[in-house]
Ligand binder design. Structure first.
Ligand SMILES: C=CC1=C(C)c2cc3[nH]c(cc4nc(cc5[nH]c(cc1n2)c(C)c5CCC(=O)O)C(CCC(=O)O)=C4C)c(C)c3C=C
Ligand SMILES: [Fe+2]
Ligand SMILES: [Fe+2]
Length: 337
């Protein structure tokens, strides 16, 4: 009997925290036309001439802060997720893990599925909210690679799972360990995205960032909008935990460059909350399914220090989905549908 193929794809991480590997990673990542979506000539000058040489030493230092005996947390948890999913789905399935950038490469994972003579392939980009720069990029590369095969099996791609019931339950469960009611305010801090990329997703050209609070409700016009899907995730989590609207803020971190990114920026929100006298913040990072540089360093170290310097006391990260059995169940559901 032929097996069904499942391909989990996360963003990717450098092969090591050393500058040379960080350079390779940033080069491949930021030269992606869906990530830095400007003409190729300008992108090459910007990425190879400025960002990679100047940013890599700094990024390498940050990676060294989170790198442990298991290597990169993102890759470590992704491997565990793939292994647990294989165990859960059993022998009728062949589960492979890939990273969009660096290793394990999508091409080699797809070749393993091809060698396994799978009867179908289900691709799960590991991003709860759809963005062209993450999910879209994974989809494009998978389709490009498979399009060259002689026999193309039935293939299906998960677009997003921002409202996945089990995922919401796991984040809520992880938050309850910290007693959310004891915090002054809750942040749902998503990875940022250039505003330009949000606008490109608006097929009407007249909705996103043109109407007030455009992303705050999810509707037929903005159903694939990263920000609108993020607000939906936050709303579901707040409902699940009984957090009233005035006690939480949706915000966006990790801005790169000088152009406007989706707002409000997490650092501005920290300043506002500190000025209002808030002392203890609970921070969710629901754009990621595993702890990574953005959760373990940017939130846990940088934002914590920044908030304390502003007069606050504590910034507490809600652990990511990582190896939680209920998240593996969520992945199994996504694989089966
Ligand atoms: C939610 C998924 C992600 C989107 C969308 C995304 C967009 C995006 N990212 C950059 C630039 C950088 N991101 C970096 C790290 C990073 N990004 C994501 C996910 C998304 N990025 C993850 C999971 C990580 C961490 C990986 C890890 O190994 O832990 C970095 C590298 C770190 C740094 O130098 O700051 C950059 C750069 C852009 C420009 C962008 C959208 C256009
Ligand atoms: Fe990123
Ligand atoms: Fe919008």
């Amino acid at each position: 009997m032929r097996k069904k193929g499942v391909l989990l794809v996360n963003l990717g991480t450098p092969d090591s925290a050393e500058v040379k590997d960080v350079k390779k990673y940033l080069d491949q990542f930021l030269m992606d036309e869906r990530v830095i979506d400007i003409p190729k000539f300008n992108r090459t000058l910007l990425v190879k001439g400025i960002i990679v040489p100047f940013r890599s030493p700094k990024t390498s230092k940050l990676y060294k802060e989170i790198w442990d005996e298991n290597g990169s947390p993102l890759l470590h948890y992704s491997k565990i997720q793939a292994k647990l999913l294989q165990e859960k789905l059993g022998d009728e399935y062949q589960v492979e893990l890939a990273m969009r950038y660096q290793n394990p490469a999508i091409e080699s994972a797809l070749n393993k599925l091809k060698a396994g003579l799978v009867e179908s392939i289900r691709v799960i980009p590991m991003f709860p909210q759809y963005a062209s720069a993450s999910t879209g990029s994974v989809m494009q590369l998978v389709m490009e690679l498979v399009s060259k095969w002689q026999t193309i099996p039935p293939i299906s791609l998960v677009n997003s799972f921002h409202d996945n019931r089990l995922m919401i339950e796991v984040f809520a469960e992880n938050a309850r360990k910290h007693q959310p009611e004891t915090y002054d305010h809750v942040l749902f801090s998503f990875h940022g995205l250039p505003e330009r990329q949000l606008l490109k997703c608006d097929h009407t050209g007249d909705y996103c960032l043109k109407k007030d609070e455009c992303c705050e409700t999810l509707n037929n016009t903005n159903k694939f909008c990263y920000s609108a899907q993020g607000h939906d995730t936050a709303r579901l989590l707040a409902n699940e935990l009984g957090i009233p609207k005035e006690k939480y803020t949706v915000c966006f971190q990790s801005r790169l460059g000088k152009e406007p990114w989706v707002q409000p920026y997490t650092t501005d929100v920290l300043k506002k909350l500190a000025a209002e006298g808030k002392k203890r913040l609970l921070v969710f990072s629901p754009a990621f399914v595993a702890d990574c540089l953005e959760t373990l360093y940017e939130i846990t170290v940088e934002y914590h220090e920044e908030f304390r310097e502003l007069g606050g006391e504590h910034v507490q990260l809600v652990e990511s989905l990582n190896d939680h059995p209920k998240f593996i169940e969520a992945l199994a559901e996504l694989a089966l549908n």
